[in-house]
Design a protein around this ligand. Structure first.
Ligand SMILES: *[C@@H]1O[C@H](CO)[C@@H](O)[C@H](O)[C@H]1NC(C)=O
Ligand SMILES: *[C@@H]1O[C@H](CO)[C@@H](O)[C@H](O)[C@H]1NC(C)=O
Ligand SMILES: [Mn+2]
Length: 343
């Protein structure tokens, strides 16, 4: 897989952890760019066998020259580096926003280039999951194509579909079943099919702008919080599974590597304060406080609201036990206020 920042690294960690949970016999390799922080890199090293840094700007090879001509292809060129992993005879690339639901080692029986059809244009393959064979020759041909023609969609999928242009017609064995790239979108665009075939899904791909790590998760109910009109909520079980994997397998690694240690002890102090305050006003149960803690811990706090009532009114409501938990009196705002005192 590939990650270009710390947010996608969370996805990569959950993906790697899901593959291990399903006992893959393959080695796990993640390509990273220099934007990934050192502490995140340490956590990646505990899940992946190899954590490689790819800096297209620094590489001084034809990838760098291509980038000079076509700066829009930055991430695409990084991804192409997977063809240079010639220490391996065959690989499966998986986007960092995918999750394995079962063992998928049978993919290694397929030949380059095997991929699932793209639901948007089924004669193109989707480049989120594909089987390939590392080769410096293919790598340099891909780079040459990139510099001469660019990519028709500006990304790797357009470029790869141009290079492997006979994918749709020459060998049906290179068509991975759609269940290897079950896009979360298909769940609602073709619900009857999902109800029949969804249970066989092997890989789920969280498409779109909002990724699993953008949701807020409640560890007590083991479910993500979301607007009811959010289409992903029709089948939240995949999102909940992603978060369950993240909170049980990955979060302890973050704590172990000090990524959340400071925040954690800080939250403990603050939560005691808030709990004391809340308790003395008699309106808040411990659960509500810990709910707020998990928001903070996972970095998903609601946007600070604009105060619509005067400070006096707020104080009055607070004292009457009518705190605006999700708004003006959210944990985040309380923390911000306490920060100003602590500083
Ligand atoms: C899966 O399909 C989506 C389109 O629905 C595509 O954007 C994505 O890259 C594909 N991913 C995989 C894993 O093939
Ligand atoms: C999702 O979260 C990442 C960082 O955690 C952020 O950079 C990105 O803008 C968020 N995306 C959306 C659509 O909220
Ligand atoms: Mn993706």
């Amino acid at each position: 897989t590939l990650t270009t920042n710390d947010a996608y690294a969370k996805g990569a960690l959950v993906l790697g952890s899901s593959l291990k949970q399903h006992r893959t016999t393959g080695k796990l390799v993640v390509l990273t760019t220099p934007q990934v922080s050192d502490s995140m890199r340490k956590v990646l090293e505990t899940v992946f066998d190899e954590v490689l840094t790819v800096d297209v700007l620094d590489s001084g090879d034809s990838a760098h020259l291509t980038l000079m001509k076509r700066p829009e292809l930055g991430v695409t060129l990084t991804k192409l580096h997977c063809w240079s992993l010639t220490q391996y005879s065959k690989c499966v690339f998986m986007d960092a926003d995918t999750l394995a639901l079962t063992n998928i080692d049978d993919l290694f029986e397929r030949e380059e280039l095997s991929a699932a059809p793209d639901p948007g244009w089924p004669d193109c393959f989707n480049s989120g999951v594909f089987v390939f064979q590392p080769s410096m020759e293919t790598y340099s041909q891909l780079l040459q194509l990139a510099s001469e023609q660019g990519s028709f969609d500006g990304g790797d999928q357009g470029l790869l579909n141009t290079y492997f242009s006979n994918w749709a017609t020459t060998d049906i064995r290179k068509h991975l079943p759609f269940i290897y790239n079950l896009s979360s979108i298909s769940i609602y665009s073709y619900l009857p099919a999902f109800q029949v075939f969804g249970a066989n899904a092997k890989v789920v791909h969280f498409l779109g702008q909002i990724k699993p790590w953008n949701y807020t998760y409640d560890p007590h109910t083991k479910s993500v919080k979301s607007e009811s009109h959010d289409p992903s909520m029709m089948h939240p079980e995949f999102l909940n599974l992603w978060w369950d994997t993240f909170s049980t397998q990955i979060l302890p690694l973050f704590q172990h590597h000090g990524l959340v240690k400071d925040t954690h002890s800080y939250i403990n102090v603050l939560s005691d304060l808030v709990y004391t305050l809340a308790f003395s006003c008699g309106f808040c149960r411990k659960e509500q406080v810990s709910g707020a803690m998990s928001h903070l811990l996972l970095g998903e706090v609601p946007a600070p609201p604009q105060p619509s009532v005067s400070s006096e009114e707020r104080k009055e409501r607070w004292e009457q036990g009518q705190a605006d938990y999700m708004g003006a009196d959210s944990f985040d705002n309380i923390k911000r206020k306490l920060d100003t005192y602590l500083q």
